[in-house]
Design a protein around this ligand. Structure first.
Ligand SMILES: C=C(O[C@@H]1C=C(C(=O)O)C=C[C@H]1O)C(=O)O
Length: 286
């Protein structure tokens, strides 16, 4: 039974408006009637979940770490992840990476912001000063920083400027750790009654993946992507599972981000329906 059917006020669900997230909430309004769906930038979704303006949201994974002390819970099994390359999270540099002194970060991002800093330090030994964020709609050319992070839809096509170096950060993370990278998670605020929303979100993903062609036809042209290119991005560059490798990657990223002061220390991954998630373990116990 949905929240609305049970007579409670509808769940306010926030989803990332970029192309890469569309398969995760495909058909949500039909699959979970009564849910109020809003689309926004990942960074704004995180702020709105933290301030109580949303009940459940697809937020940057680093924002789960930052909000865990508030009682945040992850909806299991689902994520925006990539085994690398991801295509849409790139660091463009005007100087060799080892000489980046001033870094501008995409306004829409939180996780990739932290990932860029982790990678620059681990791979190149630099800790640049973070300068003005790059607001949506402002072209890279207007930033005077040495390097600029772009994510999401606006990173799908390279900016109109020759760069000294460009790196795909999911590919770079894989090179560093051998693991996939987890960009975003469905997270519920403390105390929110989810009913069967987690199961319905799993259905949305199945529907979304069965309908990537329709998503590509609807959303690809606006981003300058032809159908096959768009389908390739959604099925090969991005992945939507939060499995064991992704959880391991998330824990490792949490430690690396904490070491840089970008997330709190020792955050546990807390899940909704922790019991049902553990069912296979319980069932194998005699
Ligand atoms: C892969 C991507 O993942 C996104 C990256 C995020 C971040 O950096 O905080 C948040 C949500 C995801 O949609 C992308 O947008 O390109």
């Amino acid at each position: 039974m949905s929240q609305a059917e049970a007579g409670r006020s509808p769940l306010r669900v926030g989803a990332v408006r970029y192309l890469n997230a569309k398969p995760l909430y495909f058909g949500l309004e039909a699959i979970a009637p009564g849910v109020l769906l809003e689309m926004d930038l990942p960074s704004r979704l995180a702020d709105r979940l933290a301030s109580g303006g949303l009940d459940v949201a697809l937020i940057p994974s680093v924002e789960y770490l930052r909000g865990a002390h508030l009682g945040y819970r992850i909806i299991p099994g689902l994520a925006i992840a990539s085994a690398g390359p991801v295509r849409s999270v790139k660091l463009y540099s005007r100087v060799p990476f080892g000489r980046v002194g001033r870094l501008a970060l995409d306004e829409g991002s939180r996780t990739s912001q932290a990932l860029a800093l982790v990678w620059l330090l681990e791979a190149h030994g630099v800790r640049p000063e973070v300068v003005e964020p790059l607001p949506m709609g402002v072209p890279v050319q207007e930033s005077t920083a040495d390097a600029v992070l772009l994510i999401g839809d606006r990173a799908m096509r390279d900016p109109d400027e020759p760069f000294h170096a460009v790196v795909d950060l999911a590919e770079a993370w894989r090179g560093l750790t051998g693991l996939p990278f987890v960009f975003a998670l469905w997270v519920a605020r403390a105390g929110v009654e989810l009913g069967d929303l987690p199961e319905r979100l799993v259905r949305c993903r199945a529907e979304g993946l069965a309908n990537v062609g329709a998503i590509a036809e609807r959303d690809g042209p606006g981003l300058g992507l032809d159908r096959d290119d768009c389908i390739g991005y959604l099925t090969r560059n991005i992945s939507y599972d939060l499995g064991e490798a992704e959880e391991q990657a998330l824990r490792l990223f949490a430690r690396k981000a904490a070491a840089l002061g970008l997330a709190p220390e020792d955050v546990d991954l807390a899940f909704v329906n922790a019991q049902s998630r553990r069912l296979p373990d319980l069932a194998s116990r005699r």
